[in-house]
Design a protein around this ligand. Structure first.
Ligand SMILES: Nc1ncnc2c1ncn2[C@@H]1O[C@H](COP(=O)(O)OP(=O)(O)O)[C@@H](O)[C@H]1O
Ligand SMILES: [Mg+2]
Length: 316
């Protein structure tokens, strides 16, 4: 079994995330029934309580599983179904005694990475209203309610479009091509560590938009306005690194220029979401290999504007 992720838990035990095979079905079934059997009773009971090894094996054959091992002992499992561009997350199970250590988050994170790598566009799941803390846990992981039947709430989340940029020029090119998708009023929230390539991508974006002035890290200026040189939208380039809250961002009066510019906020995650209902989230990450300068660029469409533009993002 290849290890998909590995980390240490708070108590020093080793957590490894692996992909189980249908041969593990009986063990996974037991784990699922133990985890769900330990929850308070709800009516109607969740299908997980009548899980069978046969059903688990069939689900793994039609999708995949994500298994958490703590010091080699099975501690949690998630079953993922894949149906074309849509995926479903099922049976999020953590064994009693292993809960509240981030195991569910780690499994879901890996599941979402695997789905993103497969080019799946959205993922959904059903959570029960009787467990509001579970529902808010999913909301914190970016899921929003899309349907409700009785006490069953369907929550869904768009998955990022993933692009590879082997060199800084490639990152700029992606920015340049992204510019052709952009229009006045668009908001982009970029994140990624220092040196990830947020400003590099913005430089390409500015070139593609045909804006004036050189694009540099606005670190000491907080925000810089680049008017269009070609009669299109200007670019407002913001650095939120030193800002602690949306209130501080509001002090920059970005609303004034929002409607007739493209606004890009570096370090905007957790701060700039209040600027618009619809925005494009860009997350740039390096690979685990320090010798490798490739950046993975994740574009997540938020809201109707960007969900509708998904195909254009995939074509970048
Ligand atoms: N594939 C790549 N994509 C983007 N930048 C890269 C890449 N490879 C090397 N680099 C370099 O990494 C640095 C990225 O810096 P910058 O764009 O200012 O990051 P940020 O704004 O995210 O802090 C630049 O010096 C750039 O030349
Ligand atoms: Mg920067």
């Amino acid at each position: 079994m290849s290890v998909l992720a590995e980390t240490l838990l708070g108590d020093g035990r080793r957590l490894r995330i692996v992909e189980p095979t249908p041969a593990d079905a009986a063990e996974l079934c037991e784990l699922i029934r133990e985890a769900f059997g330990n929850r308070p009773v709800v009516d109607p009971p969740p299908p997980a309580l009548t899980e069978t090894p046969e059903k688990v094996a069939a689900a793994l054959a039609g999708g995949f599983g994500v298994l958490a091992l703590v010091d080699d002992a099975p501690a949690g499992v998630v079953i993922v179904s894949v149906d074309g561009p849509m995926a479903g997350i099922h049976r999020v199970s953590v064994r009693p005694g292993f809960q509240r250590q981030g195991i569910a988050s780690a499994m879901v994170e890996v599941a979402i990475e695997l789905l993103t790598a497969r080019g799946v566009s959205a993922v959904e799941l059903v959570a029960r209203e009787e467990f509001p803390q579970v529902v808010s846990w999913w909301r914190r992981h970016g899921f929003v309610e899309v349907d409700r039947e009785g006490t069953s709430i369907t929550l869904a989340r768009q998955l990022p479009v993933r692009l590879a940029a082997p060199t800084a020029e490639d990152t700029q090119d992606i920015g340049r091509r992204l510019a052709s998708v952009l229009r006045a009023g668009d908001v982009i929230i970029a994140s990624g560590d220092l040196g990830a390539g947020k400003t590099t991508l913005t430089q390409g974006l500015g070139a593609g938009l045909g804006v004036t002035g050189s694009i540099i890290s606005p670190t000491f200026v907080l925000s810089r306005v680049h008017p269009s040189g070609v009669g299109g939208p200007g670019l407002v380039h913001v650095d939120a690194y030193r800002l602690g809250s949306f209130a501080e961002l509001e002090d920059l009066d970005l609303e004034i220029s929002l409607d007739d510019s493209v606004t890009l906020v570096e370090w905007g995650a957790g701060i700039a979401e209040g600027l618009a209902d619809d925005y494009l989230e860009i997350d740039i990450r390096r690979t685990l290999d320090p010798e490798d300068e490739t950046r993975w660029i994740f574009l997540t469409p938020i809201g109707e504007r960007w969900t509708a533009a998904r195909a254009e993002l995939e074509a970048l």
